[in-house]
Design a protein around this ligand. Structure first.
Ligand code: NA7
Length: 534
Protein backbone atom coordinates (compact mmCIF):
# COMPACT_ATOMS: atom_id res chain seq x y z
CA UNK A 1 0.00 0.00 0.00
CA UNK A 2 1.25 3.52 -0.80
CA UNK A 3 -0.36 6.54 0.81
CA UNK A 4 0.19 10.26 0.34
CA UNK A 5 -0.35 12.34 3.46
CA UNK A 6 0.60 15.68 4.97
CA UNK A 7 2.57 14.29 7.87
CA UNK A 8 3.73 11.12 9.51
CA UNK A 9 4.67 10.73 13.17
CA UNK A 10 6.78 7.79 14.28
CA UNK A 11 5.90 6.66 17.80
CA UNK A 12 2.76 6.83 19.94
CA UNK A 13 4.19 7.63 23.34
CA UNK A 14 3.75 10.91 25.20
CA UNK A 15 5.32 12.87 22.36
CA UNK A 16 3.70 11.24 19.33
CA UNK A 17 0.25 11.39 20.88
CA UNK A 18 0.43 15.10 21.59
CA UNK A 19 2.04 15.85 18.24
CA UNK A 20 -0.93 14.10 16.64
CA UNK A 21 -3.36 16.31 18.55
CA UNK A 22 -1.43 19.43 17.49
CA UNK A 23 -1.23 18.52 13.81
CA UNK A 24 -4.52 16.72 13.23
CA UNK A 25 -6.91 18.53 15.54
CA UNK A 26 -5.42 22.02 15.57
CA UNK A 27 -3.88 22.38 12.11
CA UNK A 28 -6.26 20.01 10.33
CA UNK A 29 -3.49 18.02 8.65
CA UNK A 30 -3.91 14.54 7.25
CA UNK A 31 -1.62 12.70 9.69
CA UNK A 32 -0.85 9.13 10.64
CA UNK A 33 1.16 7.76 13.56
CA UNK A 34 3.13 4.56 13.08
CA UNK A 35 3.78 2.68 16.31
CA UNK A 36 5.78 -0.50 16.83
CA UNK A 37 3.85 -1.58 19.92
CA UNK A 38 0.30 -2.87 19.99
CA UNK A 39 -0.83 0.03 22.13
CA UNK A 40 -0.02 3.64 22.97
CA UNK A 41 2.42 4.58 25.72
CA UNK A 42 5.96 4.26 24.36
CA UNK A 43 8.30 3.96 27.34
CA UNK A 44 5.39 2.94 29.53
CA UNK A 45 4.19 0.36 27.06
CA UNK A 46 7.56 -1.42 26.97
CA UNK A 47 9.05 -0.88 30.44
CA UNK A 48 6.91 -3.24 32.52
CA UNK A 49 9.69 -4.51 34.76
CA UNK A 50 9.04 -4.99 38.49
CA UNK A 51 9.07 -1.63 40.26
CA UNK A 52 8.83 0.47 37.07
CA UNK A 53 7.79 3.90 38.23
CA UNK A 54 8.31 7.47 37.13
CA UNK A 55 10.72 9.68 39.05
CA UNK A 56 8.78 12.84 38.29
CA UNK A 57 5.91 13.57 40.65
CA UNK A 58 2.60 12.45 39.21
CA UNK A 59 0.89 15.83 39.20
CA UNK A 60 3.68 17.09 36.96
CA UNK A 61 4.10 13.98 34.84
CA UNK A 62 1.14 14.55 32.61
CA UNK A 63 -0.05 16.77 29.81
CA UNK A 64 -0.86 20.35 30.73
CA UNK A 65 -2.42 21.49 27.46
CA UNK A 66 -6.00 20.64 28.37
CA UNK A 67 -7.70 21.97 31.46
CA UNK A 68 -10.46 19.38 31.03
CA UNK A 69 -7.93 16.55 30.95
CA UNK A 70 -6.22 17.92 34.06
CA UNK A 71 -9.60 18.11 35.80
CA UNK A 72 -10.66 14.65 34.70
CA UNK A 73 -7.60 12.67 35.73
CA UNK A 74 -6.63 11.92 39.31
CA UNK A 75 -3.31 10.28 40.20
CA UNK A 76 -3.23 7.89 43.12
CA UNK A 77 0.43 8.10 44.22
CA UNK A 78 3.17 10.67 44.49
CA UNK A 79 5.19 8.84 41.83
CA UNK A 80 3.04 7.07 39.28
CA UNK A 81 3.75 3.42 38.54
CA UNK A 82 4.00 2.05 35.01
CA UNK A 83 0.48 0.58 34.96
CA UNK A 84 -1.12 3.82 36.11
CA UNK A 85 0.78 5.91 33.55
CA UNK A 86 -0.28 3.52 30.82
CA UNK A 87 -3.91 3.81 32.00
CA UNK A 88 -3.51 7.59 31.81
CA UNK A 89 -2.16 7.48 28.26
CA UNK A 90 -4.93 5.08 27.23
CA UNK A 91 -7.39 7.55 28.70
CA UNK A 92 -5.82 10.36 26.67
CA UNK A 93 -5.98 8.25 23.51
CA UNK A 94 -9.69 7.59 24.11
CA UNK A 95 -10.57 11.12 25.16
CA UNK A 96 -8.99 12.66 22.06
CA UNK A 97 -9.97 9.82 19.74
CA UNK A 98 -6.35 9.22 18.76
CA UNK A 99 -6.42 5.51 17.90
CA UNK A 100 -8.15 6.03 14.56
CA UNK A 101 -5.00 7.82 13.37
CA UNK A 102 -2.48 5.30 14.71
CA UNK A 103 -1.23 2.14 13.01
CA UNK A 104 -0.06 -0.23 15.75
CA UNK A 105 2.36 -3.10 15.27
CA UNK A 106 4.06 -1.08 12.55
CA UNK A 107 7.82 -0.71 12.47
CA UNK A 108 9.49 1.90 10.31
CA UNK A 109 12.53 0.50 8.53
CA UNK A 110 13.50 3.37 6.27
CA UNK A 111 12.82 6.98 5.35
CA UNK A 112 14.25 8.71 2.27
CA UNK A 113 13.87 12.32 1.28
CA UNK A 114 12.76 12.66 -2.32
CA UNK A 115 13.94 16.17 -3.17
CA UNK A 116 12.19 16.30 -6.57
CA UNK A 117 8.81 15.60 -5.04
CA UNK A 118 9.70 17.30 -1.76
CA UNK A 119 8.42 14.31 0.16
CA UNK A 120 9.65 11.88 2.75
CA UNK A 121 9.15 8.33 1.56
CA UNK A 122 8.74 6.17 4.62
CA UNK A 123 8.80 2.36 4.48
CA UNK A 124 7.45 -0.03 7.07
CA UNK A 125 8.54 -3.57 7.81
CA UNK A 126 5.20 -4.78 6.48
CA UNK A 127 5.93 -3.20 3.08
CA UNK A 128 3.70 -0.13 3.30
CA UNK A 129 4.96 3.16 1.90
CA UNK A 130 3.95 6.62 3.08
CA UNK A 131 4.80 9.73 1.06
CA UNK A 132 4.55 12.74 3.34
CA UNK A 133 5.51 16.40 3.46
CA UNK A 134 6.56 16.29 7.08
CA UNK A 135 8.17 13.50 9.05
CA UNK A 136 8.24 13.77 12.83
CA UNK A 137 10.16 11.26 14.92
CA UNK A 138 8.60 10.79 18.34
CA UNK A 139 10.62 7.68 19.08
CA UNK A 140 11.70 8.48 22.63
CA UNK A 141 15.17 8.92 24.07
CA UNK A 142 15.40 5.62 25.91
CA UNK A 143 13.74 3.08 23.68
CA UNK A 144 16.58 1.17 22.09
CA UNK A 145 17.50 -1.56 24.58
CA UNK A 146 21.20 -2.09 25.30
CA UNK A 147 21.86 -5.78 25.91
CA UNK A 148 25.58 -6.28 26.52
CA UNK A 149 27.31 -8.53 24.08
CA UNK A 150 28.19 -11.19 26.67
CA UNK A 151 29.95 -14.30 25.53
CA UNK A 152 27.77 -17.38 25.87
CA UNK A 153 24.40 -15.66 26.38
CA UNK A 154 22.85 -17.62 23.54
CA UNK A 155 23.71 -20.85 25.35
CA UNK A 156 22.11 -19.85 28.68
CA UNK A 157 19.65 -22.56 29.68
CA UNK A 158 17.60 -20.26 31.90
CA UNK A 159 15.54 -17.20 30.90
CA UNK A 160 16.81 -13.70 30.40
CA UNK A 161 15.03 -10.38 30.00
CA UNK A 162 15.93 -6.76 29.34
CA UNK A 163 13.91 -4.42 31.55
CA UNK A 164 12.94 -2.25 28.60
CA UNK A 165 11.39 -5.17 26.70
CA UNK A 166 9.60 -6.81 29.59
CA UNK A 167 7.04 -9.57 28.91
CA UNK A 168 3.49 -8.32 29.26
CA UNK A 169 2.48 -11.40 31.20
CA UNK A 170 5.19 -10.69 33.81
CA UNK A 171 7.92 -13.00 35.10
CA UNK A 172 7.50 -15.46 37.94
CA UNK A 173 10.57 -15.11 40.17
CA UNK A 174 9.28 -17.24 43.04
CA UNK A 175 11.91 -19.57 44.38
CA UNK A 176 14.26 -18.70 41.49
CA UNK A 177 17.94 -17.83 41.52
CA UNK A 178 17.97 -14.44 39.85
CA UNK A 179 20.93 -12.40 38.68
CA UNK A 180 20.48 -8.74 37.88
CA UNK A 181 23.08 -6.85 35.88
CA UNK A 182 22.90 -3.09 36.21
CA UNK A 183 22.36 -0.58 38.99
CA UNK A 184 21.08 2.49 37.15
CA UNK A 185 17.65 4.06 37.78
CA UNK A 186 15.98 0.92 36.48
CA UNK A 187 18.01 -1.59 38.44
CA UNK A 188 17.58 0.45 41.59
CA UNK A 189 13.80 0.27 41.14
CA UNK A 190 13.69 -3.43 40.36
CA UNK A 191 16.02 -4.79 43.07
CA UNK A 192 13.66 -4.41 46.06
CA UNK A 193 10.69 -5.83 44.15
CA UNK A 194 12.56 -8.81 42.67
CA UNK A 195 14.18 -9.43 46.07
CA UNK A 196 10.71 -9.73 47.58
CA UNK A 197 9.80 -12.49 45.14
CA UNK A 198 12.97 -14.40 44.26
CA UNK A 199 14.59 -17.29 46.04
CA UNK A 200 17.87 -15.42 45.81
CA UNK A 201 18.87 -12.24 44.00
CA UNK A 202 22.48 -11.57 43.05
CA UNK A 203 23.08 -7.98 41.97
CA UNK A 204 26.06 -7.53 39.68
CA UNK A 205 27.29 -3.96 40.18
CA UNK A 206 29.80 -2.36 37.84
CA UNK A 207 29.34 1.23 38.99
CA UNK A 208 27.96 2.09 42.39
CA UNK A 209 25.24 4.71 42.27
CA UNK A 210 23.66 7.37 44.43
CA UNK A 211 20.00 7.08 45.19
CA UNK A 212 17.57 9.21 47.15
CA UNK A 213 14.52 7.72 48.87
CA UNK A 214 11.49 8.53 46.74
CA UNK A 215 9.14 8.69 49.74
CA UNK A 216 6.43 7.43 47.50
CA UNK A 217 2.98 7.40 49.09
CA UNK A 218 -0.70 7.55 48.25
CA UNK A 219 -1.77 11.12 47.53
CA UNK A 220 -3.98 12.64 50.18
CA UNK A 221 -7.35 14.20 49.35
CA UNK A 222 -5.94 17.54 50.44
CA UNK A 223 -3.07 17.29 47.96
CA UNK A 224 -5.39 16.23 45.16
CA UNK A 225 -7.61 19.22 45.92
CA UNK A 226 -4.56 21.52 45.94
CA UNK A 227 -3.50 20.24 42.52
CA UNK A 228 -6.99 20.66 41.06
CA UNK A 229 -7.27 24.20 42.40
CA UNK A 230 -3.81 25.32 41.32
CA UNK A 231 -3.10 23.95 37.85
CA UNK A 232 -2.12 27.27 36.29
CA UNK A 233 0.31 28.15 39.08
CA UNK A 234 1.86 24.69 39.15
CA UNK A 235 2.31 24.80 35.39
CA UNK A 236 3.83 28.27 35.53
CA UNK A 237 6.31 27.03 38.12
CA UNK A 238 7.20 24.00 35.99
CA UNK A 239 7.81 26.29 33.04
CA UNK A 240 10.10 28.53 35.06
CA UNK A 241 12.45 25.87 36.45
CA UNK A 242 15.48 24.51 34.58
CA UNK A 243 14.21 20.94 34.66
CA UNK A 244 10.45 21.28 34.46
CA UNK A 245 9.68 20.01 37.94
CA UNK A 246 6.95 21.54 40.11
CA UNK A 247 9.38 22.79 42.74
CA UNK A 248 11.99 25.50 42.57
CA UNK A 249 15.71 24.91 43.03
CA UNK A 250 16.83 26.84 46.08
CA UNK A 251 19.41 29.40 44.88
CA UNK A 252 21.43 29.30 48.13
CA UNK A 253 24.87 27.74 47.85
CA UNK A 254 26.17 24.84 49.88
CA UNK A 255 28.83 26.98 51.60
CA UNK A 256 26.45 29.86 52.30
CA UNK A 257 25.48 27.99 55.46
CA UNK A 258 27.52 26.48 58.30
CA UNK A 259 28.06 22.74 58.73
CA UNK A 260 25.16 22.20 61.10
CA UNK A 261 22.70 24.13 58.97
CA UNK A 262 23.89 22.34 55.81
CA UNK A 263 23.36 18.97 57.48
CA UNK A 264 19.88 20.08 58.57
CA UNK A 265 18.99 21.18 55.04
CA UNK A 266 20.30 17.95 53.52
CA UNK A 267 18.25 16.01 56.09
CA UNK A 268 15.23 18.08 55.12
CA UNK A 269 15.81 17.26 51.43
CA UNK A 270 16.35 13.60 52.27
CA UNK A 271 13.06 13.56 54.18
CA UNK A 272 11.24 15.36 51.35
CA UNK A 273 12.60 12.67 49.05
CA UNK A 274 13.16 12.26 45.33
CA UNK A 275 14.63 15.00 43.19
CA UNK A 276 13.75 17.59 45.83
CA UNK A 277 16.96 16.57 47.61
CA UNK A 278 18.98 17.91 44.68
CA UNK A 279 16.97 21.14 44.75
CA UNK A 280 18.04 21.98 48.31
CA UNK A 281 20.98 24.02 46.98
CA UNK A 282 21.62 25.79 43.73
CA UNK A 283 25.26 24.85 43.19
CA UNK A 284 25.29 21.08 43.68
CA UNK A 285 25.60 20.41 39.98
CA UNK A 286 28.07 23.18 39.16
CA UNK A 287 30.58 23.26 42.01
CA UNK A 288 32.66 20.19 42.82
CA UNK A 289 33.20 21.09 46.47
CA UNK A 290 29.46 21.67 46.92
CA UNK A 291 28.74 18.41 45.19
CA UNK A 292 31.21 16.60 47.47
CA UNK A 293 29.13 17.69 50.45
CA UNK A 294 25.92 16.27 48.96
CA UNK A 295 27.74 13.11 47.87
CA UNK A 296 29.29 12.68 51.32
CA UNK A 297 25.87 13.02 52.94
CA UNK A 298 24.39 10.28 50.72
CA UNK A 299 27.35 7.96 51.28
CA UNK A 300 26.92 8.36 55.04
CA UNK A 301 23.26 7.43 54.63
CA UNK A 302 24.18 4.31 52.64
CA UNK A 303 26.57 3.21 55.38
CA UNK A 304 23.89 3.85 58.01
CA UNK A 305 21.28 1.78 56.17
CA UNK A 306 23.33 -1.19 54.98
CA UNK A 307 24.31 -3.44 57.87
CA UNK A 308 27.06 -5.53 56.27
CA UNK A 309 30.14 -3.27 56.20
CA UNK A 310 31.64 -4.85 53.08
CA UNK A 311 28.40 -4.46 51.13
CA UNK A 312 27.98 -0.91 52.42
CA UNK A 313 31.50 -0.02 51.25
CA UNK A 314 30.84 -1.41 47.77
CA UNK A 315 27.57 0.48 47.49
CA UNK A 316 29.09 3.71 48.75
CA UNK A 317 32.21 3.50 46.60
CA UNK A 318 30.81 5.89 44.00
CA UNK A 319 33.19 7.31 41.42
CA UNK A 320 31.26 10.25 39.97
CA UNK A 321 29.67 13.46 41.27
CA UNK A 322 26.14 13.21 42.63
CA UNK A 323 23.55 13.79 39.86
CA UNK A 324 26.19 13.80 37.11
CA UNK A 325 24.54 10.57 36.03
CA UNK A 326 20.78 10.60 36.09
CA UNK A 327 20.04 10.53 39.85
CA UNK A 328 17.91 7.51 40.74
CA UNK A 329 15.24 7.66 43.39
CA UNK A 330 14.22 4.52 45.20
CA UNK A 331 11.89 2.65 47.46
CA UNK A 332 14.02 0.60 49.85
CA UNK A 333 16.93 -0.04 47.46
CA UNK A 334 19.79 0.04 49.95
CA UNK A 335 17.56 -1.67 52.54
CA UNK A 336 17.16 -4.63 50.17
CA UNK A 337 20.82 -5.53 50.70
CA UNK A 338 20.03 -6.30 54.35
CA UNK A 339 17.86 -9.22 53.24
CA UNK A 340 19.26 -12.73 53.55
CA UNK A 341 18.31 -13.52 49.95
CA UNK A 342 20.18 -10.61 48.33
CA UNK A 343 23.89 -10.40 47.61
CA UNK A 344 26.03 -7.83 45.86
CA UNK A 345 28.87 -8.72 43.51
CA UNK A 346 31.41 -6.19 42.30
CA UNK A 347 31.94 -6.67 38.58
CA UNK A 348 34.16 -3.60 38.32
CA UNK A 349 37.09 -5.40 39.95
CA UNK A 350 36.06 -8.80 38.63
CA UNK A 351 34.12 -8.37 35.37
CA UNK A 352 31.64 -10.82 33.91
CA UNK A 353 33.65 -13.06 31.60
CA UNK A 354 30.80 -15.11 30.20
CA UNK A 355 27.35 -16.48 30.59
CA UNK A 356 27.45 -20.24 30.92
CA UNK A 357 24.56 -22.66 30.44
CA UNK A 358 23.85 -22.47 34.16
CA UNK A 359 24.70 -18.91 35.15
CA UNK A 360 27.44 -16.32 35.08
CA UNK A 361 31.20 -16.71 35.35
CA UNK A 362 33.48 -13.83 36.32
CA UNK A 363 37.01 -13.22 35.10
CA UNK A 364 38.38 -14.70 38.34
CA UNK A 365 36.51 -17.93 37.64
CA UNK A 366 33.88 -17.32 40.35
CA UNK A 367 30.57 -18.78 39.21
CA UNK A 368 26.98 -17.98 40.05
CA UNK A 369 24.19 -20.44 39.32
CA UNK A 370 21.17 -18.59 37.92
CA UNK A 371 17.69 -19.45 36.65
CA UNK A 372 16.94 -15.94 35.39
CA UNK A 373 19.14 -13.04 34.28
CA UNK A 374 17.65 -9.55 34.33
CA UNK A 375 19.47 -7.02 32.19
CA UNK A 376 18.87 -3.59 33.70
CA UNK A 377 21.60 -2.39 31.38
CA UNK A 378 19.97 0.68 29.91
CA UNK A 379 19.61 1.97 26.41
CA UNK A 380 21.42 3.22 23.35
CA UNK A 381 20.09 6.60 24.40
CA UNK A 382 18.87 9.47 22.26
CA UNK A 383 20.51 8.60 18.96
CA UNK A 384 19.88 4.82 19.06
CA UNK A 385 16.14 4.97 18.31
CA UNK A 386 16.76 7.31 15.36
CA UNK A 387 19.71 5.49 13.87
CA UNK A 388 18.11 2.08 13.92
CA UNK A 389 15.68 3.35 11.27
CA UNK A 390 17.53 3.92 8.03
CA UNK A 391 16.92 7.67 7.58
CA UNK A 392 18.42 9.29 4.47
CA UNK A 393 18.22 12.99 3.68
CA UNK A 394 19.17 14.98 0.60
CA UNK A 395 21.21 13.04 -1.98
CA UNK A 396 20.67 9.81 -0.08
CA UNK A 397 22.98 10.87 2.76
CA UNK A 398 22.47 8.60 5.77
CA UNK A 399 21.76 10.11 9.16
CA UNK A 400 24.10 7.46 10.57
CA UNK A 401 26.96 8.91 8.47
CA UNK A 402 26.15 12.53 9.28
CA UNK A 403 26.23 11.60 12.97
CA UNK A 404 29.22 9.28 12.78
CA UNK A 405 31.18 11.55 15.12
CA UNK A 406 28.15 12.29 17.30
CA UNK A 407 24.77 13.90 16.81
CA UNK A 408 24.55 17.41 15.44
CA UNK A 409 21.25 19.25 15.40
CA UNK A 410 19.87 22.71 15.61
CA UNK A 411 17.89 22.96 18.84
CA UNK A 412 17.57 19.19 18.88
CA UNK A 413 14.79 19.71 16.36
CA UNK A 414 16.39 19.47 12.95
CA UNK A 415 19.44 18.09 11.15
CA UNK A 416 21.06 19.92 8.23
CA UNK A 417 20.39 18.05 4.99
CA UNK A 418 17.15 16.56 6.30
CA UNK A 419 14.42 19.03 5.31
CA UNK A 420 10.98 18.78 6.90
CA UNK A 421 12.23 16.19 9.38
CA UNK A 422 11.64 17.11 13.01
CA UNK A 423 13.22 15.07 15.82
CA UNK A 424 11.09 15.45 18.94
CA UNK A 425 13.20 15.55 22.12
CA UNK A 426 16.20 14.87 19.91
CA UNK A 427 19.84 15.14 20.93
CA UNK A 428 20.66 18.78 21.54
CA UNK A 429 17.35 19.49 23.28
CA UNK A 430 16.79 19.40 27.06
CA UNK A 431 14.68 16.21 26.86
CA UNK A 432 16.09 13.75 29.41
CA UNK A 433 17.38 16.54 31.65
CA UNK A 434 13.82 17.78 31.99
CA UNK A 435 10.56 16.37 33.26
CA UNK A 436 9.70 14.81 29.91
CA UNK A 437 6.09 15.90 29.35
CA UNK A 438 7.19 19.53 29.76
CA UNK A 439 9.91 19.12 27.14
CA UNK A 440 7.55 17.18 24.88
CA UNK A 441 4.72 19.71 24.94
CA UNK A 442 7.10 22.51 24.04
CA UNK A 443 8.52 20.57 21.10
CA UNK A 444 5.12 19.45 19.79
CA UNK A 445 3.79 23.00 19.92
CA UNK A 446 6.91 24.54 18.38
CA UNK A 447 6.83 22.06 15.50
CA UNK A 448 3.11 22.62 14.94
CA UNK A 449 3.62 26.39 14.98
CA UNK A 450 6.45 26.06 12.47
CA UNK A 451 4.36 23.91 10.13
CA UNK A 452 1.40 26.27 10.59
CA UNK A 453 3.64 29.21 9.69
CA UNK A 454 4.85 27.41 6.57
CA UNK A 455 1.37 26.58 5.39
CA UNK A 456 0.13 30.09 6.01
CA UNK A 457 2.99 31.48 3.94
CA UNK A 458 3.12 28.94 1.12
CA UNK A 459 6.49 27.60 2.30
CA UNK A 460 7.21 24.00 1.36
CA UNK A 461 10.50 23.19 3.08
CA UNK A 462 12.20 24.03 6.33
CA UNK A 463 15.76 22.95 6.87
CA UNK A 464 18.37 24.00 9.33
CA UNK A 465 21.81 24.96 8.11
CA UNK A 466 25.09 23.23 8.88
CA UNK A 467 26.34 26.50 10.41
CA UNK A 468 23.36 26.77 12.76
CA UNK A 469 23.75 23.13 13.81
CA UNK A 470 27.48 23.57 14.42
CA UNK A 471 26.92 26.69 16.49
CA UNK A 472 24.20 24.95 18.49
CA UNK A 473 26.50 21.97 19.00
CA UNK A 474 28.99 24.34 20.63
CA UNK A 475 26.22 25.74 22.86
CA UNK A 476 25.23 22.25 23.91
CA UNK A 477 28.86 21.41 24.77
CA UNK A 478 29.36 24.71 26.62
CA UNK A 479 26.16 24.24 28.61
CA UNK A 480 27.29 20.76 29.68
CA UNK A 481 30.81 21.93 30.48
CA UNK A 482 29.43 24.64 32.75
CA UNK A 483 28.16 21.80 34.97
CA UNK A 484 29.63 18.68 36.52
CA UNK A 485 27.60 16.45 34.17
CA UNK A 486 30.49 15.48 31.86
CA UNK A 487 32.48 14.30 34.89
CA UNK A 488 30.50 11.08 34.90
CA UNK A 489 32.58 9.77 32.05
CA UNK A 490 30.64 6.51 31.69
CA UNK A 491 27.12 7.95 31.54
CA UNK A 492 24.61 7.42 28.78
CA UNK A 493 24.27 11.22 28.48
CA UNK A 494 27.69 10.94 26.82
CA UNK A 495 26.95 7.77 24.90
CA UNK A 496 29.62 6.08 26.99
CA UNK A 497 27.48 3.08 27.91
CA UNK A 498 27.43 1.71 24.37
CA UNK A 499 30.72 0.33 23.05
CA UNK A 500 31.93 2.26 20.01
CA UNK A 501 29.43 5.11 20.38
CA UNK A 502 30.96 8.59 19.96
CA UNK A 503 31.45 10.42 23.26
CA UNK A 504 29.36 13.55 22.82
CA UNK A 505 27.24 15.05 25.56
CA UNK A 506 23.83 14.77 23.97
CA UNK A 507 21.13 16.62 25.94
CA UNK A 508 21.10 20.42 26.25
CA UNK A 509 21.98 21.25 29.85
CA UNK A 510 21.25 24.98 29.72
CA UNK A 511 17.82 24.53 31.28
CA UNK A 512 14.34 24.08 29.89
CA UNK A 513 13.17 27.61 30.66
CA UNK A 514 16.12 29.13 28.81
CA UNK A 515 15.70 26.73 25.92
CA UNK A 516 11.98 27.47 25.65
CA UNK A 517 12.67 31.19 25.52
CA UNK A 518 15.33 30.68 22.85
CA UNK A 519 13.03 28.56 20.67
CA UNK A 520 10.26 31.13 21.02
CA UNK A 521 12.66 33.89 19.98
CA UNK A 522 13.70 31.90 16.91
CA UNK A 523 10.07 31.47 15.85
CA UNK A 524 9.19 35.11 16.55
CA UNK A 525 12.27 36.27 14.65
CA UNK A 526 11.29 34.50 11.42
CA UNK A 527 13.23 31.29 12.06
CA UNK A 528 16.88 32.34 11.79
CA UNK A 529 19.05 29.23 11.50
CA UNK A 530 16.44 27.60 9.29
CA UNK A 531 16.09 28.03 5.55
CA UNK A 532 12.51 28.18 4.37
CA UNK A 533 12.11 27.18 0.74
CA UNK A 534 9.62 26.69 -2.06
P1 NA7 B 1 21.50 3.08 32.90
O1 NA7 B 1 21.34 4.26 33.75
O2 NA7 B 1 22.28 3.20 31.64
O3 NA7 B 1 22.12 1.94 33.81
C1 NA7 B 1 22.58 0.74 33.25
C2 NA7 B 1 23.30 -0.06 34.30
O4 NA7 B 1 23.76 -1.27 33.70
C3 NA7 B 1 24.53 0.65 34.85
O5 NA7 B 1 24.65 0.30 36.20
C4 NA7 B 1 25.64 0.02 34.02
O6 NA7 B 1 26.88 0.07 34.63
C5 NA7 B 1 25.15 -1.39 33.92
N1 NA7 B 1 25.75 -2.13 32.82
C6 NA7 B 1 25.59 -1.89 31.50
N2 NA7 B 1 26.29 -2.79 30.79
C7 NA7 B 1 26.91 -3.59 31.68
C8 NA7 B 1 27.80 -4.70 31.57
N3 NA7 B 1 28.18 -5.15 30.38
N4 NA7 B 1 28.23 -5.29 32.71
C9 NA7 B 1 27.85 -4.82 33.90
N5 NA7 B 1 27.03 -3.77 34.08
C10 NA7 B 1 26.57 -3.16 32.97
O7 NA7 B 1 20.08 2.47 32.47
P2 NA7 B 1 18.72 2.47 33.27
O8 NA7 B 1 17.77 1.63 32.50
O9 NA7 B 1 18.94 2.14 34.69
O10 NA7 B 1 18.25 3.93 33.24
C11 NA7 B 1 18.06 4.60 32.01
C12 NA7 B 1 17.15 5.73 32.19
O11 NA7 B 1 15.81 5.26 32.12
C13 NA7 B 1 17.18 6.41 33.50
O12 NA7 B 1 18.19 7.31 33.62
C14 NA7 B 1 15.82 7.04 33.60
O13 NA7 B 1 15.83 8.22 32.86
C15 NA7 B 1 14.96 6.07 32.93
P3 NA7 B 1 27.89 1.31 34.29
O14 NA7 B 1 27.33 2.47 35.03
O15 NA7 B 1 27.85 1.51 32.79
O16 NA7 B 1 29.20 0.86 34.77
Amino acid sequence: MTRDMDALIIGAGFSGMYQLICLRDRLGLDVRVLEMGEGVGGTWYWNRYPGARCDSESHSYCYGFSRELLEAWEWSERYPGQAEILRYLDHVADRFDLRRSISFGTRVVGADFDAAANKWVVRTEGGDVYRVNFLITAVGCLSSANVPDLKGLEGFAGDWYHTGLWPHEGVDFSGKLVGQIGTGSTGIQSVPVIAGEAGHLTVFQRTANYSIPARNAKLTDAFKAYVKANHPDIRALMHSTPNGHPFAINPRRVFDVDDAERERLFEEGWAAGGLQFRAAFGDVLVDQAANDEAAGFIKRKIREVVTDPGTAELLADIDHPFAAKRPPIDSEYFEAFNRDNVSLVDVRSDPIAEVTATGVRLASGREFALDIIVFATGFDAMTGPLLRMDIRGRDGVRLADVWAAGPQTYLGLQVAGFPNLFTMTGPGSPSVLCNMPVAIEQHAEWIADCIGHMRANGIRTVETTAAAAEAWGREVADAANATLLPKATHSWYLGANVPGKPRVFMPYAGGMARYRAHCAEVAAGGYPGFVMGG
